[in-house]
Design a protein around this ligand. Structure first.
Ligand SMILES: C[S@@+](CC[C@H](N)C(=O)[O-])C[C@H]1O[C@@H](n2cnc3c(N)ncnc32)[C@H](O)[C@@H]1O
Length: 470
């Protein structure tokens, strides 16, 4: 038998920044570029074993540290490095912000090759813990064990868990007793759900065999203190789900809306399923400034509410409204950006592909007494045509906030045709934003850029760019 070839070690890799999906990036003494998935912090110097060789770069894992970065801090969560969230908790928050700003700068200059008139410093989040209003958790009969738990027979025997899938383990779940991301009563509701389901003898789901009953839960907790819970069960067996839902409601944990759904599919995606209201109001309310929003279980709403307000204030500022503008709000969700600025504009025209979100947008306009906003459900690519623009008038300001994939090339071409004097591009992925800007630069210049951190301790970055017609 031949000996297994040892993987190459790159020595004294100096880590300098963060890259795609939160990887740390560095170079060895010969200038080879290396990406490391977890552990390393910019400023560290470490030996890295190569796990993958790619054209022009390597991927690897740290095997020995020579120098620790001055930006290292002690992670505060028990599950750091295990559950897959908050990957940058071991890095000082100011340093996280510095690196995120650099990611935006690199994308816009290297990919878009944009000449930016004003690049504003990144806006940090006032809350760096308990900042998420929405979280999803999975029930599982297979526990993911932390290294120190592997030899503890009491823990190893405990099978029914509720928490997060660690990266790459679709069939196992890290049992989470305290998560630092969502405010109270999130931890109390999750922990009570685990205990109650066990007491009632409801089997936790097995993602490999598709047996078990308790599947997933989603919690939305708004800034005004309302709580929406959605629980997914594997089968339509009221004799099992009723005692669970009734028992949880009886614990007085602050639930204002309780939904359930029956998911018989192999995947955990819930938005394509009919959701049944079991208890309370059909929606929860949140507020951004003086605008109230009703949010249903299927609606998209910015996850960090307080930072969303900061983000929207920048959008309003960049839009330069005087009160008469015709504003298109593409990828409008439940109309949040459009409605936030409606009182300062002539007209808002919102487009969004999820019909339920558009219904919410219309209701949200109504409850706020906003009469100058119209909303259309459908793919922006199909709805935003020259006829549509003739019908609704050419936009003076066009807001676009696409998902991570950015805009469809046809939509980018349509924006070039529409020639709105100002475009405010809100992006959650600087790479796709840069790709789209590169095309828009044919007719636009980048006047201002404002990165915003909505998700401390993660690699996610939001960026707002103001484009003006040349
Ligand atoms: C990043 S969110 C922005 C939502 C909203 N503007 C806000 O700030 O809260 C992107 C939205 O685009 C919607 N969306 C995704 N692809 C779309 C498409 N092709 N056409 C229309 N809407 C789409 C999603 O459903 C989601 O509501």
């Amino acid at each position: 038998m031949g000996r297994k070839k040892k993987n190459k070690i790159l020595e004294k890799v100096a880590f300098t920044g963060i890259a795609d999906r939160g990887k740390a990036v560095g170079r060895d003494a010969e200038g080879k570029v290396v990406f490391v998935d977890r552990g390393a912090v910019p400023g560290d110097v470490a030996d890295v074993v190569v796990t993958r060789k790619r054209k022009g770069f390597f991927q690897g894992r740290v095997v020995r540290y020579h120098t620790y970065s001055d930006d290292r801090v002690e992670p505060f969560c028990d599950y750091f490095g295990v559950c897959g969230g908050c990957k940058w908790q071991h890095t000082d928050y100011e340093a996280q912000l510095r690196h995120k700003e650099q990611v935006v700068r690199d994308a816009l200059t290297r990919i878009a090759k944009a000449d930016i008139e004003e690049f504003r410093p990144i806006m940090g989040s006032s809350q760096t813990t308990y900042y998420r209003n929405k979280m999803e958790f999975s029930f599982s009969n297979k526990r993911w064990l932390k290294a120190e738990e592997l030899n503890d027979p009491d823990i190893a025997m405990e099978k029914e868990v509720l928490g997060f899938h660690p990266p790459g383990a679709f069939d196992k779940v890290v049992d989470i007793h305290h998560c630092w991301l969502q405010p109270d009563p999130s931890n109390a509701i999750r922990n009570a759900s685990r205990v109650l389901a066990k007491e009632l003898g409801l089997p936790f789901y097995d993602a490999r065999t598709h047996e078990g009953f308790m599947r997933n839960m989603m919690l939305r907790i708004t800034d005004v203190g309302e709580v929406l819970l959605l629980v997914a069960f594997a089968r339509d067996e009221p004799e099992k789900y009723k005692p669970f839902l009734d028992g949880l409601i009886a614990k007085n944990l602050g639930l204002s809306s309780v939904y359930y759904c029956i998911n018989t599919k192999v995947n955990d995606f819930l938005l394509d399923l009919p959701l049944q209201l079991y208890y309370g109001k059909p929606y929860v309310e949140d507020a951004l400034g003086d605008v109230r929003f009703r949010i249903g279980p299927k609606s998209f709403f910015q996850t960090n509410t307080r930072q969303a307000r900061q983000l929207y204030d920048v959008v309003v500022d960049f839009a330069g409204l005087t009160g008469s503008e015709n504003v298109y709000d593409l990828y409008t969700g439940i109309g949040s950006i459009g409605l936030y600025m409606a009182r300062r504009a002539g007209q808002i025209v919102g487009i969004e592909e999820i019909p339920a979100a558009i219904e919410d947008a219309k209701v949200n306009a109504q409850i706020n007494g906003i009469e100058n906003a119209v909303f259309y459900a459908g793919d922006v690519k199909n709805i935003l045509t020259s006829n549509f623009a003739m019908q609704h008038g050419r936009p003076d300001v066009l807001i676009t906030a696409p998902p991570r994939a950015g805009m469809h090339p046809d939509v980018v071409q349509m924006l070039l045709m529409l020639e709105a004097p100002r475009i405010v591009y809100v992006s959650c992925n600087p790479a796709t934003q840069a790709r789209d800007l590169q095309v828009l630069l044919e007719k636009y210049k980048v006047r201002r850029v404002q990165p915003v951190d909505m998700f401390p301790h993660t690699h996610h970055i939001e960026n707002i760019a103001l484009l003006e017609l040349k």
